[in-house]
Ligand binder design. Structure first.
Ligand code: NAP
Length: 443
């Protein structure tokens, strides 16, 4: 039987779990090419997971094992949709799987969103994680108050990064431009804005608990904002644990809290309705009080202005549309039926289901999409298996002069990043594509 050719677009968790599943399902009878628009692999693991959460990033070792097998190949620095189209890839590969994640910020959809020092979390997280697209973001941390919109784990990441001392980044791979800027930060109040109440937070207990262990920052939950304790019994166990942590934060005595110069305030049941600014830069957030009715935030009409020198909206992400690929605008992901988009075209991970779940959620997702591919091959809908696969791609890449980065090249980039690491840090990331390409040549 001729080997089947699978192209996976995106080298983050969903991409590598799909490759691993393909190896398990097809053994030697598959050739997998994993494309990435950056010259470096691992997507969200490198540029999304917080730099002070190195243990989460360790999952990359599992992906590396997959990457180093003969039938899986990393094809870096190739932008699908620009350097080669999805339709062209479909002509070359039996199956094309979009594992492109959700790298775009959702809009708040309120006036003032375009003011200076207002960022979406994809941009802000990309900045401190050295994503080439956001390395030049240049946030101004000279003000006193940062408002972080949203009560999910990304909001926690952003609040924690803003609150930490330089010393607390020891052992992290936060990029030096962000560390230098944070070193000079004047921020002393970080407001976490939740449009619903304590019982509707999306924060997981371990990540929430970290706010209680910071050197110079203390979480501030108003006791009056918490529902009756008896009502916690109805919550699912993870959320109940998070709410218990909120209760512990609310019980911190004022004099203990005052020992720390940075306050992380939880503001519940307020939704942003407008951002105010002066000279093009944000100065405040107009919020409207809400009531939670049947799980939904409903505005009461009562408004107030919260001062803000910077705003980071951590309200979720969208998949980037690709020309010619059906897209569900409202959900911000590819239009798909259980991962199937069109015959031979699939999506997986956040590109399939939207931005929810942990990194591990992508494992069953990757295995499930390979099951769909196996079913479709059995049903004859993917053709006889006579496509040219990677040989065909290599011909096009040569014709177009694409500067493809291989996994071996990445290992050279990685080595150079590790050599450049600060004392105690695992690596100093290159933050622009040119530097990455140079490093693969020099190492
Ligand atoms: P999320 O968990 O969906 O949280 C988004 C937050 O934004 C919610 O509180 C939501 O409120 C709020 N929001 C949405 N639209 C809003 C609007 N227009 N105005 C005001 N608030 C709005 O998303 P996320 O924090 O981006 O995280 C994405 C996924 O990555 C999650 O599954 C998360 O657990 C995961 N993650 C995990 C870790 C970790 O494990 N360490 C770290 C980071 C991210 P409503 O609930 O009212 O909609």
């Amino acid at each position: 039987m001729a080997a089947r050719h699978i192209a996976i677009i995106g080298s983050g968790p969903a991409g590598y779990y799909t490759a691993e599943a393909a190896q398990k399902a097809f053994g030697e009878d598959v050739k997998v090419d994993i494309f990435d628009c950056l010259p470096v692999p691992y997507g969200l693991i490198r540029t999304g997971v917080a730099p002070d959460h190195q243990s989460i990033k360790a999952v990359a070792r599992r992906y590396e094992k997959v990457a180093l097998t003969d039938n899986v190949r990393f094809v870096g620095n190739v932008f699908v949709g620009r350097d080669i189209s999805v339709a062209e890839l479909q002509n070359l590969y039996d199956a094309v799987v979009l594992a492109t994640g959700a790298p775009k910020d959702r809009d708040l959809g309120i006036a003032g969103e375009d003011l200076g020092n207002v960022f979406g979390s994809a941009a802000f997280v990309g900045w401190y994680n050295g994503h080439p697209q956001f390395a030049a973001l240049d946030p101004d941390l000279s003000g006193r108050t940062a408002v972080v919109i949203g009560m999910g784990n990304v909001a926690l990441d952003v609040a924690r990064i803003l609150a930490k001392t330089p010393g607390e980044f020891a052992g992290s791979d936060i990029v030096v431009h962000a560390l230098d800027r944070l070193r000079e930060s004047n921020i002393e109040k970080i407001v976490l804005l939740g449009r619903r109440g304590p019982h509707q937070i999306m924060m997981t207990p371990k990540e929430l608990g970290e706010l209680g262990e910071l050197e110079r920052a203390s979480p501030h939950v108003h006791r009056a904002d918490l529902p009756e304790e008896a009502e916690d019994a109805l919550l699912e166990p993870g959320l109940r644990k998070s709410v218990t942590i909120l209760r512990q934060f609310a019980a911190i005595p004022e004099h203990i809290r005052a020992e720390k110069p940075v306050a992380i305030e939880f503001a519940f049941c307020v939704q942003p309705v407008e951002l105010l600014g002066k000279d093009g830069k944000v100065t405040g957030v107009v919020v409207e009080e809400t009531e939670v009715i049947r799980g939904k935030a409903v505005g009461t009409g009562r408004r107030e202005v919260l001062p803000a020198d910077m705003v980071v909206a951590c309200i979720g992400y969208r998949t980037a549309p690709i020309p010619g690929v059906p897209y569900e605008e409202r959900a911000g992901r590819f239009a798909n039926d259980d991962g199937r988009i069109l015959p031979g075209l699939y999506c997986v991970g956040w590109a399939r289901r939207g931005p929810s779940g942990t990194i591990g959620t992508n494992k069953p997702d990757g295995f499930a999409i390979v099951e769909r591919i196996v079913e479709d091959i059995a049903a004859g809908s993917l053709g006889p298996g006579s496509k040219s696969g990677r040989a065909g791609f290599d011909r096009i890449a040569a014709e177009r002069g694409l500067q493809v980065v291989t996994f071996r090249d990445w290992k050279k980039i990685e080595e150079a990043e590790e050599k450049a690491a600060r004392e105690g840090a695992p690596r100093e990331k290159f933050v622009d594509v040119e530097a990455m390409i140079r490093a693969k040549g020099e190492a």
